[in-house]
Ligand binder design. Structure first.
Ligand code: 5AD
Ligand code: FES
Length: 348
């Protein structure tokens, strides 16, 4: 335990750790509290007490991909498919602005009805509302990403899921690990703030590979890192897999904060789904972002990545007051700015 504590201190002071030390801390439930406390101090020093709320618009659950864990996979005949109109999407963004959110995240399955042109037109209309726009619509070409960037999109979320190429291609059949890395590189080259992350608990994923994920995020200088545990979806081939480990995921969040001190790190919905008030625990363990869902009505229910997703029965307005109340109760506050990534001053 003594040497683990020394590693936590080293990470807090230097924001660097060798792979073996990261792996050892991921494996150590006994280090979880001190990791979280160190991550909470680093979070406060680098990104402050403000919590950024991003309004999530799940605008289509139609997907051309077939990921073995995801309820939206094309082979899942049980999910009721929907696609929101451009007017509805813009209206939800307008309401998000009304709730005080400064960013909307436009997320969907890989629905190619939304051509680059169609989505660019929506981005332009939302940018006219003075909102930051994050896109999360999967793998596309450099040219498509470029068109959206020119339309005003600020950020892009694309989880790598795992940096273990063999595990990645086993559970995302038909998808190439190399193309996912290519997408992240293109997004960076185009000047997006780049968000990525890990799905914790994919069968075959090792702790060493999770350590590699963290080192990968450091190497690509990820602006945002969102992680969550696998929640087995009975309507998918991984329906009988073991769920991801909440506490391992929490240790990973804390290590991410220690090793990427400026990053925006969300307390994800999957964490709350596994443990009531899980988001608050994660906000106190290094995270500084929450993504409340602003999708309404049937689509809110039918964007079913995994079962039991929290807040599905609540209105967007109820989640708005719930979240700000919980944040204030923690002694934190809802940030008022758009929440771009903090950059450390270099030199001087
Ligand atoms: N459990 C937890 N997370 C999931 N995702 C997809 N399916 C599941 C599941 N069953 C995550 C993936 C994806 C993100 C949008 O949702 O990591 O990148
Ligand atoms: Fe949705 Fe609390 S955040 S009900």
């Amino acid at each position: 335990v003594g040497s683990l504590e020394a590693r936590v201190r080293q990470a807090e002071e230097q924001h660097r750790l060798p792979r073996e030390a990261i792996t050892a801390l991921l494996a150590a439930p006994e280090a979880e509290k001190s990791l979280a406390a160190a991550a909470d101090r680093v979070r406060r020093a680098f990104v402050g007490d403000g919590v950024h709320l991003r309004g999530l618009i799940e605008f289509s659950n139609i997907c051309r991909q077939d990921c073995m864990y995801c309820g939206l996979r094309r082979e899942n005949g049980k999910v009721k498919r929907y696609r929101l109109s451009a007017d509805t999407i813009v209206e939800l963004a307008r309401k998000a602005k009304g709730y005080g959110y400064q960013t909307v995240v436009l997320q969907s399955g890989e629905d190619i009805y939304f051509t680059a042109e169609r989505l660019a037109a929506i981005v332009r209309r939302i940018k006219a509302l003075d909102l930051a726009v994050t896109l999360s619509v999967g793998e596309r070409s450099y040219e498509e990403y470029a068109l959206w960037r020119a339309a005003g999109a600020d950020r892009y979320l694309l989880r790598i899921e795992t940096t273990d190429e063999v595990v990645y291609e086993r559970w995302d059949p038909g998808m190439a690990y190399a193309n996912r890395v290519r997408c992240l590189r293109d997004l960076r080259a185009l000047g997006y703030e780049v968000g990525t992350g890990t799905l914790v608990g994919l069968p075959g994923q090792s702790l060493a590979s999770i350590a590699d994920d963290i080192l990968f995020y450091q190497r690509i200088d990820a602006d945002m890192v969102g992680i969550g545990p696998l929640i087995p979806n009975p309507d998918t081939p991984l329906g009988k897999a073991a769920p991801g480990d909440f506490h391992l995921t929490r240790r990973m969040v804390s290590l991410l904060r220690l090793l990427l001190p400026e990053a925006n790190i969300p307390a994800t919905t999957a964490m709350e789904t596994m443990v009531p008030h899980g988001r608050e625990l994660i906000l106190a363990s290094g995270a500084n972002v929450v993504m409340p869902n602003v999708t309404e009505g049937d689509p809110r229910r039918n964007y079913a990545l995994y079962p039991g997703k929290v807040c599905v029965a609540d209105t967007p307005a109820a989640c708005r007051s719930c979240m700000s109340g919980r944040i204030r109760a923690m002694g934190r506050f809802v940030a008022k700015d758009k929440g771009f990534r903090h950059h450390r001053q270099h030199g001087g």
